[in-house]
Design a protein around this ligand. Structure first.
Ligand SMILES: O=C(O)CCC(=O)C(=O)O
Ligand SMILES: [Fe+2]
Length: 279
C-alpha cells in the first residue's frame, strides 16, 4: 500500500545504515527537520525542563550543571513527527528489525559550566552484543541548538561499541583504555534539524560547556524485541493521544496507555556521571 509515512525508501540503504552503526556506531541525517520545527522542540523542552527542576526528583543530575529528564512523549508537540520520520523508521527497521519498540523519551541539558564527562557507555553491553555480536538497541539524538566548540559538543570514539570491558567497570572503562579513546575521539557539531543515531554502547562523553548557553538535546531510546532497556523506563501515553496515532506508529510504542499521566519516576541514573572532570 502507498502509505506516505512509511515508504520503503531507497534513499535510506539498509547496507549503509548497517555499515555505519556496526562500523563507527554513529550515523546522522543532516537537515531531517526544518529550523522552525526544531525551535518548537526547543521551546517544549525548555518548558519541561523548568517543570522538572521545580519537581523534587524531576531531573537527574549528571554532573555539575548537567541534567537528564525523562518525559511523557505526548508533551512534545513533535513526538509523532520524530518516530514517524522516514529516516528514523528506516534505521530502526534496518538494525532492530520490523518489531522494534520505542522505550524511552527524554532530554539532556548540559548547561554553562557543565564539565567534561568520563568516557562511558550508557549501560553494560548485553550478551546479544558481547557474544552474539549484534546491536539490539539504538539511541537517537536531536540537538535543539547549533552546537559550537565552546558549548562542549558530544564526543564519540567510533567503533568502540564492540569493546569488551569485562574485568573492569562495565560502563566506565579504566585508564588503560583512555589512549584508545583519545586517539579515536570525534566531536559532533550537530546543527538544528539534524538527527543522529548511535549505539549507546559506543564509548562517548559530553565535553565541557564553556559558553553562556545550554545545549539541550532530545533523546529517543529504541530496542529490538530482545532489548531490555524498557525495564529501566516506564513510557506512558494517554488513551486520547494513543488513539490519535496511526496504527503503524502506535505498534512501535512500548508504552502504558493510561487515563491520566502519572509523574515519571526518573529511573535512569548513571552513578558514575554524577561527578564531573575539569577541562
Ligand atoms: O552531552 C551529551 O550530549 C551526552 C551526555 C551523555 O552521554 C550522558 O549524560 O550519558
Ligand atoms: Fe552517555
Amino acid at each position: 500500500m502507498n502509505n506516505p509515512t512509511f515508504p520503503p525508501d531507497s534513499k535510506y540503504e539498509v547496507a549503509s545504515i548497517m555499515g555505519g552503526l556496526y562500523g563507527d556506531g554513529f550515523i546522522a541525517c543532516k537537515g531531517a527537520f526544518s529550523r522552525e520545527w526544531v525551535y518548537e522542540l526547543g521551546a517544549d523542552i525548555a518548558m519541561l525542563f523548568e517543570e522538572a527542576l521545580a519537581t523534587p526528583g524531576g531531573a537527574l543530575a549528571r554532573g555539575p550543571s548537567r541534567y537528564y529528564v525523562e518525559i511523557h512523549p505526548e508533551r512534545l508537540s513533535g513526538f509523532a513527527d520524530i518516530i514517524s520520520h522516514p529516516w528514523v523508521v528506516a534505521v530502526c527497521r534496518a538494525v532492530l528489525g520490523p518489531d522494534y519498540k520505542v522505550v524511552e523519551a527524554g532530554f539532556d541539558v548540559p548547561g554553562p559550566g557543565a564539565m567534561k564527562q568520563p568516557w562511558h557507555r550508557d549501560f553494560p553491553s548485553p550478551e546479544a552484543t558481547l557474544v552474539g555480536r549484534r546491536l539490539n538497541s539504538l539511541a537517537f539524538n536531536i540537538t535543539t541548538v547549533d552546537v559550537t566548540e565552546e558549548m562542549g559538543p558530544f564526543e564519540i570514539a567510533p567503533g568502540t561499541q564492540w569493546d569488551d570491558l569485562t574485568g573492569g567497570d562495565l560502563m566506565f572503562p579504566g585508564p588503560e583504555w583512555s589512549e584508545r579513546y583519545e586517539a579515536r575521539a570525534q566531536k559532533k557539531l550537530a546543527q538544528m534539524g539534524d538527527i543522529s543515531a548511535r549505539s549507546a554502547l559506543t564509548i562517548h562523553r559530553g565535553t565541557a560547556n564553556r559558553s553562556q548557553r545550554s545545549r539541550p538535546v532530545f533523546v529517543l531510546g529504541v530496542d529490538a524485541p530482545d532489548g531490555t532497556n524498557a525495564d529501566k523506563h516506564d513510557l506512558q501515553v494517554t488513551r486520547g493521544y494513543y488513539e490519535s496515532l496511526p496504527q503503524e506508529v502506535r505498534r512501535h510504542l512500548a508504552a502504558r496507555v493510561v487515563d491520566r499521566l502519572d509523574p515519571i519516576v526518573q529511573g535512569h541514573a548513571i552513578e558514575g556521571l554524577k561527578m564531573g572532570q575539569m577541562g
